[in-house]
Design a protein around this ligand. Structure first.
Ligand SMILES: [Zn+2]
Length: 418
């Protein structure tokens, strides 16, 4: 990559020097694979202020320069794309999904996500070994798959269909053995559920989840927990869990949990807010998803005061935890490729700024998945970005105004919804 970068600029420098005497009357030869995207507002994805009249120069798959247009020279022969009036943000990383379980369905799930500007998705704990192995498959115009393999819970005696049933353990040995089996497949994270589902089932006890976290540490793998209660949140933070795949939902957070979080600077909270319990405007999906799917969504698109109240607890908790400086990651749960745009709206409603929400959904979540080369619009990163017709910092629902999506420097074919 470095060699490519140097050769590109060398060519530009040589032709630049010869320009007046040698090639004054002809246009420079095309600089293969180098494109300059010019004039847009840039949202970098790390929380820094937006760059007005920005420029991004891409050499094949890699960003080789970013900044204010006036400050950066375009290499001679680069293809130039005028994006004045547009806004560019990094692609979205969704760290909590559940993909379908055949190779063809998985491919469709990942292509649909790319259509909506999602470059990576982590499937959290209901995946077969075959699906885990498909992380290596390279698909054009598709989000990259991460997987927690099969997660671990207590005997819940409920159906996980159409997904695989996770490990349902009752002893520390079973917990450790489950982690070992998943570690052997090199899963991206270990998923556990600590939730009695409203008193209906047993849940993992502190000694069980502590041994799971300990075994995962031995294998150098992090653990993320589906939680519900404040009490379990405290126990898990004390036991060294790396993240929550949902936030605290039974009551408002207290000083003790805020104090525990303040001592864990690497901890990542994925709020994954769930339904807001109010009627949402789904018109923006018309013409993208099928009419049948839209009708199905509309059927469940109702005002439910009890859900709205439950959402209120989560919203207040997210606002407080975010204000305290805890790293906020991004996840949507389930299998809604368009869900990130809905979730971002809800996170702003909960009290985060549009900039904080975009940082959560891009830079923070890419870092959470250890995607060192992705997540922000910086030199040296992979060219994964979304071009928007309007500015999401004005109105977060403008993330839906997608003009184009670029993955690995190549424009995703969005003529047909996959
Ligand atoms: Zn989930």
């Amino acid at each position: 990559m470095i060699r490519l970068k140097i050769s590109g600029f060398l060519v530009a420098a040589v032709f630049g020097a010869l320009g007046s005497s040698f090639i004054s009357s002809c246009s420079p030869p095309p600089l293969e694979g180098v494109t300059s995207y010019e004039g847009a507002r840039l949202i970098v994805g790390d929380g820094s202020p937006p760059i007005e009249n920005g420029i991004i120069i891409v050499d094949n798959t890699e960003i080789i320069a970013v900044g204010v247009s006036d400050n950066i020279d375009v290499p001679l022969g680069a293809k130039r794309v005028n994006l004045s009036g547009k806004t560019i943000m990094p692609t979205i990383v969704d760290t909590h999904v559940h993909v379908r379980q055949t190779p063809d369905e998985l491919e469709q799930d990942l292509k649909r996500r790319a259509y909506f500007g999602v470059s990576a998705a982590m499937s959290l704990g209901l995946d077969s070994p075959e699906i885990v192995a498909l992380r290596e498959r390279s698909i054009t115009d598709a989000a990259r798959l991460f997987s927690a393999g099969l997660g671990i819970t207590a005997p819940e005696r409920r159906s996980f269909a159409p997904y695989l049933t996770p490990y349902q353990i009752t002893t520390e040995d079973e917990g450790r053995k489950s982690v070992q089996e998943q570690a052997a497949m090199d899963v991206d994270i270990i998923k556990i559920w600590v939730d009695d589902r409203g008193g209906k089932y047993a849940k993992l006890t502190p000694n069980l989840y502590t041994s799971i976290i300990d075994e995962a540490n031995i294998h150098g793998i992090r653990v993320t927990a589906h939680i519900f209660t404040l009490e379990d949140a405290k126990g898990l933070i004390k036991s060294g869990v790396s993240s929550f795949a949902h936030s605290i939902r039974d009551m408002d957070v207290d000083d003790e949990v805020m104090d525990l979080l303040s001592k864990k600077p690497d901890f990542v909270l994925v709020p994954n807010l769930g339904s807001r319990g109010i009627v949402k405007d789904l018109a923006w999906l018309r013409g993208i998803v099928t009419e049948a799917e839209l009708a199905n969504l509309e059927e469940n698109n109702t005002d439910r005061p009890e859900v709205e109240e439950a959402f209120g607890i989560q919203a207040r908790n997210l606002s407080k935890i975010n204000d305290a400086g805890v790293i906020i990651g991004f996840g949507t749960d389930g299998n809604r490729p368009w869900g990130p745009h809905d979730e971002m709206e809800d996170m702003v409603f909960a009290g985060m700024t549009p900039m904080e929400v975009i940082t959560s959904a891009t830079g923070n979540s890419a870092a959470f998945l250890n995607m060192e080369n992705s997540g922000t619009l910086n030199t040296g990163k992979i060219a994964n970005f979304i071009v928007l017709d309007s500015d999401p910092l004005d109105d977060i629902t403008n993330t839906r105004a997608i003009a184009s999506v670029y993955l690995n420097g190549k424009e995703v074919d969005r003529t047909v919804y996959p």
